[in-house]
Design a protein around this ligand. Structure first.
Ligand code: PNS
Length: 162
């Protein structure tokens, strides 16, 4: 049984994340999507909201479980009995940081390997930060996130503006 873990902030989840989730769910027997519960990052969405959004958009994938964690990813991966960490690479600029983290994680626990998936070209430009930036100005985000999440994202900004 191969269990993989795909960690991230998912604030909010984008088509780029969904692409990685769908592809890695085909490679692993079980895929744990793990949301970092780090209030220091000042997320737009609470961890509960991010769990709910991810559950909604992965309900067609029976081997995918949505969870959240605090602390070190490598410790959580061990706790979840995952042997693989999945990370997406959009561009060379992602690589340096991801390599450093993957190597650090491997020093801490050599039984858990990191596998990088290259993001599909159509989503190579996409990030949660871009989605938030466009949404904050009321721009069209329908090319970036599933239709059913669009309203929830806009709502954050209408609430903020009162
Ligand atoms: O979606 P993101 O923000 O690129 O995800 C980053 C994440 C959550 C994978 C990374 O920040 C992480 O693993 N944080 C937990 C703390 C940790 O283990 N850091 C790496 C070792 S220094």
């Amino acid at each position: 049984m191969k269990r993989a873990i795909y960690p991230g902030s998912f604030d909010p989840v984008t088509f780029g994340h969904i692409d990685i989730i769908e592809r890695s769910a085909k490679m692993a027997d079980e895929l744990v999507v793990a949301i970092l519960n780090n209030s220091a990052k000042n997320p737009l969405f609470s961890v509960k909201e991010r769990v709910s959004m991810l559950e909604e958009i992965t309900n067609h994938l029976p081997n995918v479980e949505i969870t959240y964690f605090d602390g070190l990813l490598i410790d959580y991966a061990k706790k979840m009995e995952a042997s693989i960490i999945i990370r997406g690479l959009r561009a060379v600029t992602d690589f340096e940081y991801e390599l450093q983290i993957a190597q650090t994680n491997r020093i801490i626990n050599s039984h858990i390997d990191t596998i990088f998936l290259t993001t599909s070209l159509e989503y190579a430009y996409l990030s949660s930060t871009i989605v938030k930036e466009v949404a904050s100005y009321g721009g069209d985000i329908s090319n970036f996130v599933p239709e059913k999440l669009v309203h929830r994202i806009y709502q954050k900004y209408t609430n903020v503006q009162g």
